[in-house]
Design a protein around this ligand. Structure first.
Ligand code: SF4
Ligand code: SF4
Length: 499
């Protein structure tokens, strides 16, 4: 089922209201000015709510921010000369450390695999329960929630903030605004500061930053992230989700009528009338819905939309309208769940007076789950069994070969050996595929090539085909290294050129 564009409705039980609530109109209430299709943003001042979803969001906010700010300070002993930071992207040495896992630039396939896995998990989450990522875990949502909490703490809840917005500038307004923006900037700066700590030893970098001895790149990165966090979470907020992020569009194309989403149960809520009118209508045997048109769900919404208009692209599925409505229902003595997680298929079925329909297990969820399990399993297996040595070979470009005075043919190569273990290792180098070939290493012994701990070493290698036995054209050649101490081997293919 396609999601509604911001200015459209999907499966709307009735046309969108154009009623203004308080001093803020919903987005649809903004008229076209002089025929212009451009509408300036109406600032959204969401009302604080209490309830299950709010508690889940607070818990996830604390957990995700806690992880983000604390992880750079977790220590992990890797031995002498090695970084002791558990999670570190060491750009200087080209290493990514994640606890006991260490990835080299050659291991970029794992990063690609991880990205594919992340996309598939997102698809699976979306197929099961809509935009869980957007509503609870996306950094934009988490930081916006935090900035909103600060705003609420300093300026008060929705009513006080609307009053403050409308009030003329005074000392009190200046003081409140200054305090709010100062705290926002502090959080934004802390966010940028934590980010750079993932790229260097955190305690050392903190000291360098404090004494103005950190590399200029660190200050530039902190400034950039401070500015973007302040702008995106403090000022742009829901606009990032609605206009900048591609996921709502992709998600709209991926969802179907069996995916659980936050929905308004219109079969129960309509026709919406005030509680008093509902009592009168019911006494007269007339139908009256449970929705009392109080707009609590709309004022609680950080995206500024009315969930009763149906599933919309702007909805980040945060569940705060559920909490708002459940609170109203509790006050009225009516059952909770007028808004809640439901499927479009179920909603339609109920509206038609039929039973509940739920298809969590269906081809697309099975396919996504199988792909996640398959790719995840394969990545774990390949990580557990990966080689800790490496070999790459580069043939000389010029000359391709040299014919020596005794008739033998010589080819030159640059060979790079890598040792991904701690402690120096000694490799024996040999070639396969060229009978009688002799290998010489400039400045070293082919049978004993030392490679320092957790590093790479380059060697210049010459391969000789004996006189009369050499090939008459290019033939494939395999280079092989072996570590006698561990029994590990590695191979690389190249070619031997001949006249
Ligand atoms: S409509 Fe409800 S679930 Fe959607 S963004 Fe607004 S409050 Fe969150
Ligand atoms: S909070 Fe519930 S009762 Fe109030 S307008 Fe929204 S859906 Fe209707």
């Amino acid at each position: 089922m396609p999601l509604a564009e911001p200015t459209q409705t999907a499966s709307a039980p009735r046309p969108r209201p154009t009623k203004k609530f308080g001093s803020r109109a919903t987005r649809t209430a903004i008229p076209a000015v002089n025929g212009s299709l451009y509408a300036a943003r109406t600032k959204i001042q969401p009302q604080a709510v209490r309830g299950t979803f709010r508690r889940i969001k607070w818990a996830l906010l604390a957990a995700t921010l806690g992880v983000y700010y604390a992880v750079p300070f977790i220590r992990w002993d890797r031995g002498p000369g090695e970084p002791s930071q558990a999670v570190l992207l060491d750009l200087d040495r080209g290493r990514f450390h994640f606890f006991s896992i260490e990835l080299w630039p050659q291991d970029v396939t794992y990063v690609m695999g991880l990205l594919i896995l992340a996309a598939l998990v997102l698809f699976l989450m979306n197929a099961v329960a809509g935009r869980i990522w957007c509503g609870y875990l996306c950094p934009q949502t988490v930081w916006t929630d935090l900035f909103l909490a600060v705003e609420r703490l300093v300026e008060g809840d929705r009513r006080e903030r609307l009053k403050l917005d409308a009030a003329p500038w005074s000392m009190e307004k200046i003081a409140l605004r200054t305090m709010k923006h100062a705290i926002w900037l502090l959080i934004a700066w802390w966010t940028g500061g934590a980010w750079v700590l993932y790229f260097a030893d955190a305690p050392t970098l903190v000291m360098q930053l404090a004494t103005y001895q950190a590399p200029p790149a660190a200050y530039i990165a902190i400034l950039t992230l401070t500015a973007t966090t302040y702008l995106l979470a403090g000022h742009m907020r829901e606009q990032v989700c609605t206009y900048m992020c591609p996921w709502p569009r992709i998600q709209a194309a991926l969802t179907d009528e069996h995916a659980y989403n936050i929905l308004y149960r219109d079969a129960r809520g309509e026709p919406r009338v005030s509680a008093k009118q509902a009592a009168v209508l019911r006494a007269a045997g007339q139908p009256a819905g449970d929705c009392v048109d109080c707009f609590a769900c709309v004022t609680a919404c950080p995206a500024g939309i009315d969930i009763r208009d149906g599933l919309q692209m702007d909805c980040i599925q945060c569940g705060l309208c559920v909490d708002a409505c459940d609170t109203v229902m509790a006050k009225l003595g009516r059952p909770a769940g007028l808004i809640g997680y439901d499927t479009e298929a179920n909603r339609r079925s109920r509206a038609a007076g039929k039973g509940r329909v739920s298809h969590v297990v269906r081809p697309r969820t099975v396919l996504y789950a199988a792909l996640v399990a398959g790719i995840g399993g394969f990545m774990l297996y390949s990580l557990a069994t990966r080689s800790f040595m490496g070999l790459s070979v580069l043939h000389d470009r010029n000359p391709l070969f040299v014919t020596l005075s005794d008739g033998s043919i010589r080819n030159g190569y640059t060979v790079r050996l890598s040792n991904k273990r701690l402690g120096e290792r000694h490799y024996a180098l040999a070639v396969e595929g060229l009978p009688g070939a002799r290998v010489e290493v400039v400045g070293g012994l082919a049978g004993d090539l030392p490679v320092p701990s957790n590093a790479t070493q380059e060697f210049r290698v010459l391969v000789f085909a004996p006189p009369g036995a050499g090939p008459t054209a290019s033939v494939p050649l395999t280079f092989r290294i072996a570590d006698a101490a561990t029994g590990e081997t590695a191979r690389a293919r190249d070619s031997f050129k001949a006249p």
